[in-house]
Design a protein around this ligand. Structure first.
Ligand code: 3PG
Length: 210
């Protein structure tokens, strides 16, 4: 599964206000060439949106983001998510994910966070909030002492088409995450063709950064 995240190298971070947007959004991303999504547990629509997408688009690698409570980890998995993420590192959430076998990436921002994540058995980590936490330079610095451990990052927060290639050129970066191609306004306005266009553009930029 991690290989599939690595293959596309872009994780769209989705905030859905309406369940009705879930399937057309999934179609728009697929049309643009992206078969991976992170649906954030920030809205009431998250769980049912995951359920609908998982049922209709089994080809999509479906993640649940913003998992802040243990209960959400189980609900996300039961709805059909196959991986989970959070903005921070919460040992209780990591333990819950491990218990039910859900691949989980906690958020980290400091060397201490990285060490704690590694000691809890997590190697694919969300680096959040990427741009304000030092961006590419910070990741280069973290790669020094931790590159040999196998740790890999998904920088998210302030990443978009303008800076994604700088991140993806770093060997320590597995993929980048971002909301720009699934901008809430575009989703709420049903601008599916525009989402497809931005997605294609992002994938082309990511491919060039290889
Ligand atoms: C988030 O969890 O909201 C992500 O970090 C998205 O950040 P972005 O909107 O800057 O891409």
């Amino acid at each position: 599964m991690i290989d599939r995240i690595l293959a596309k190298r872009i994780v769209p971070v989705v905030v859905l206000d309406r369940v009705e947007s879930a399937e057309p959004l999934a179609e728009a991303l697929l049309e643009g060439g992206l078969d991976i999504m992170e649906i954030t547990f920030r809205t009431a629509a998250a769980e049912e949106s995951i359920r609908r997408i998982a049922a209709r688009f089994p080809e999509i690698l479906l993640g649940a983001g913003t998992l802040l409570e243990k209960e959400q980890v189980r609900r996300a998995r039961d709805a059909g998510a196959v991986f989970g993420l959070a903005p921070g590192l919460n040992p209780a959430i990591i333990a819950s994910a491990k218990e039910i076998g859900l691949q989980f990436s906690p958020g980290v921002m400091t060397p201490s966070d990285v060490e704690q994540a590694l000691s809890l058995g997590c190697e694919l980590l969300k680096f959040f909030p990427a741009e304000v936490a030092g961006g590419v330079d910070m990741l280069k610095a973290l790669a020094g002492p931790y590159g040999h451990t196998g740790v890999r990052f998904i920088p998210t927060g302030g990443v978009s088409s303008g800076n994604l290639s700088a991140y993806l050129k770093l060997p320590v970066v597995a993929a980048i995450g971002g909301s720009w191609m699934v901008d809430k306004q575009l989703v709420n306005d049903g601008k599916w063709a525009e989402i497809t266009r931005i997605t294609r553009e992002a994938l082309a930029a990511a491919a060039e950064a290889r």
